[in-house]
Design a protein around this ligand. Structure first.
Ligand code: UDP
Ligand code: MG
Length: 322
């Protein structure tokens, strides 16, 4: 019998975990018929509310449900990594707890796996219910990203994705600390089927992403999957050298023809301001890469587990008894 792992990262989702469970259970007939067992793994990403408690209640009712609790909030990327690491399924699917990833798509997704695809991903074709300015910047980000990075990053792609064990292992092999999952999925390759659906608004609670957080996240994505900004810095350096050289020639010629090398103090100040601005900007780019490298070489764990409930935890305790 095959096993399908459903991985659900949760951060302050006490209102949603039960709804998610109920909704998922409504859509499991298909898998029962196919003789595929289910494992539901909630990853509690250091929630400050009663998420863990709610999940524990579900665990007590249903042996297929497991919980991994982090010692603090490590971010969704870390939760995804932990989920993939802890899951035991022959297939794994990543889903949000807020029901923005409709479980009703699962049978269709699985049918593509049966057809031989390695992974089935979803993208939303509309951004209904999202602030206009956010959609605009999101579009800009994807366009820029695909220009400057060789890894394909699909606009509107969600993390809702069904994968075979082979793909899961490939993703786990990328043990980098700065995890930009959307890029990692693209990077590992494999044959991916894209399903499109209309955006569904989150059931309860609020999104964890502020505009500022999204902005920083997009920078992280660019730095993790492209070195183009570094090239831009060098190109700018060359451009300014050429410009300076032209200005030197201009000044010399002016001195020879009109004998006035000192005029133009205001323009001089402007030039100094601008050039030092560009220098700081380029230094900043360098700093970004350096800081990411610094975090990477420290080799800190991606997440820390506080508590584990469910099958895997039981295995471990049994091992201790022996
Ligand atoms: N999430 C998480 N850790 C975080 C932030 C979010 O595990 O630090 C989870 C969250 O509980 C949800 C999913 O990631 O299940 C997506 O979050 P959200 O709905 O806030 O993002 P959006 O759908 O608005 O992109
Ligand atoms: Mg959401």
């Amino acid at each position: 019998m095959k096993l399908l792992s459903v991985i659900v990262p949760c951060y302050n989702e006490e209102e949603n975990v039960r709804d998610f469970y109920d909704e998922l259970c409504k859509n499991t007939d298909f898998f029962d018929k196919k003789q595929i067992a289910l494992e539901l793994l909630y990853v509690d990403d250091g929630s400050k509310d009663k998420t863990a408690l709610e999940v524990k209640k579900i665990c007590a009712e249903d042996a297929r449900v497991r919980l991994v609790s982090f010692s603090r909030n490590f971010g969704k990327e870390a939760a995804i990594y932990a989920g993939l690491q802890k899951c035991k399924g022959d297939f794994a699917v990543l889903m949000d707890a807020d029901l923005q990833d409709p479980p009703s798509l699962l049978p269709q997704m699985y049918s593509y796996i049966e057809q031989g695809y390695d992974s089935v991903a979803t993208r939303r074709v509309t951004r209904k219910g999202e602030p206009v300015i956010r959609s605009f910047f999101a579009r800009m980000f994807y366009r820029l990203m695909n220009r400057i990075s060789r890894t394909e990053i699909v606009d509107g792609a969600r993390d809702y994705r069904l994968m075979t064990r082979q793909v899961v292992d490939a993703i786990l092999a990328m043990s980098e600390y700065n995890r930009f999952t959307k890029g990692i999925f693209g990077w590992v390759g494999y044959e991916t089927k894209w399903l499109e659906y209309e955006n569904v608004e989150r059931r309860k609670g609020e999104t964890k992403w502020s505009f500022w957080k999204l902005f920083l996240y997009s920078l992280e994505g660019i730095i993790a999957f492209s070195t183009a900004p570094l090239t831009i810095a060098s190109v700018m350096g060359v451009l300014f050298c050429v410009l300076a050289f032209a200005m030197i020639i201009f000044t010399i010629v002016r001195k020879l023809l009109f004998d006035d090398p000192t005029s133009g103090w205001p323009s001089l100040v402007c030039i100094i301001m601008m050039v030092s601005g560009v220098q700081l900007f380029c230094l900043g780019i360098l700093g970004q890469y350096l800081s990411k490298t610094y975090m990477e070489v420290k080799k800190r764990p991606i997440y820390l587990v506080k508590e584990e409930i469910g099958e895997a935890a039981r295995d471990e305790s049994e091992r201790e008894k022996v």
